[in-house]
Design a binder for this molecule. Structure first.
Ligand code: ADP
Length: 346
């Protein structure tokens, strides 16, 4: 490393006046991540002191395993989130980028407000969904009471009440899914992690699916490796796998084939659901896990879909350091696979 790159040079002093105008905290680092200079916001957010900290390695200042992991990876596209070293209540978003070959810039901004808003949104959705449960149960109760009335309803009213009952069921499913999503989003507790018997979990889900979906006469096949479980949250894993199976059933026409498997592949453990159903166009694939995203709204409405299933799957996988891989061809079929790291296995 040339000596001049480790100490502030003429260019750094010029650059320093530029970064003072930036809205974010900014530090100029040498290629081996020694602090050279920075703006006043960096002093306030990161607690850097000038000139005392000049020449120190950035990891002496930002002591955080997430940050060290971030520095050790090759891809800096996604910023890293850490707690401010001088204020526990301040969440910081950090991005690192190379600048002109001999310098590295570290930018940081406080995102506590954004987090607070996200928390408020999560709590609002959870509360509203919870409050909707009771009125829906009451409406369902009365509708069923009227439908069972001894005097019998004339066909016009039978149709009306069947429609009300259908819509109540849709809302109940939506509320259930919203509640599951907020439960998964709010769950930060690793205490629920335990050995999950995946072969039994998958077999039970497939049995339920066969039982509940006899009318479409799907050929549901399984290929399950025994004795391989994962360390995880059972209710969440059940919900993620059930969502993938029920999607395959919903988006595969009658008599289609659905393959459900739990296998070891190289250094991964893989749960996969493959179908020969509708398939998905390539341009839509990366939007599927957005909440409320549905490829074809009218088709999804027919299937009773809410667009929340894959958002739930995505959040569950975040807790399990697992990855969802979607392969699909329009008109041919789809495969939704969850890849767990081998060290999650037990
Ligand atoms: P939904 O409740 O609408 O099924 P999801 O989040 O589970 O919501 O799925 C989002 C969208 O992805 C669905 O509306 C559907 O268009 C598409 N999709 C999901 N699984 C499949 C599949 N196995 N085959 C084809 N399309 C699928």
């Amino acid at each position: 490393m040339p000596a001049h790159s480790k100490t502030p040079n003429q260019q750094d002093f010029r650059f320093h006046s530029g970064i003072e105008a930036l809205p974010d905290a900014a530090l100029i680092l040498s290629p081996d991540l020694m602090i050279l200079s920075g703006n006043k916001k960096a002093q306030r957010l990161l607690g850097v002191r000038f000139p005392d900290d000049v020449g120190k390695h950035i990891e002496q200042l930002l002591i955080d395993p997430e940050f060290s992991e971030y520095l050790n990876q090759d891809n800096f596209e996604t910023p890293c989130l850490i707690t401010s070293p001088i204020n526990d209540e301040l969440q910081l978003e950090i991005s690192v980028m190379a600048f002109g070959g001999e310098r590295v810039i570290l930018m940081s901004r406080a995102i506590s407000k954004y987090h607070r808003m996200k928390k408020m949104r999560r709590e609002f959705v959870a509360n509203v969904s919870h409050e909707l449960k009771t009125p829906l149960t009451v409406v369902r109760g009365y509708v069923e009471m009227i439908q069972e009335t001894e005097h019998g309803l004339d066909p016009h009213w039978q149709k009306v009440f069947a429609t009300i009952e259908g819509q109540v069921s849709r809302m109940e499913r939506l509320v259930e899914q919203l509640l599951s999503l907020s439960k998964v989003e709010n769950n930060r507790d690793d205490d629920d992690m335990k050995h999950v018997d995946m072969p039994v979990l998958v077999e039970d889900l497939v049995e339920d699916a066969k039982w509940l979906n006899q009318d479409k006469k799907h050929d549901i096949r399984t290929n399950i490796t025994q004795d391989v479980g994962v360390f995880g949250i059972e209710t969440e894993l059940k919900s993620a796998c059930a969502n993938l199976i029920s999607n395959a059933i919903a988006y595969t026409p009658a008599s289609g084939v659905i393959d459900v498997s739990w296998q070891r592949h190289d250094d991964k453990l893989v749960f996969s659901v493959r179908d020969n159903g509708d398939g998905i166009k390539a341009e839509q694939l990366n939007r599927l896990t957005e909440r409320f995203y549905r490829v074809d709204k009218s088709r999804s409405r027919d299937t009773g879909g809410s667009g929340l299933g894959l958002a739930i799957v995505k959040h569950v996988l975040l807790h399990h350091k697992a990855e969802l891989v979607i392969r699909s061809e329009w008109g041919v079929g789809s495969e939704f696979a969850i890849y767990f790291d081998e060290d999650s296995g037990c």
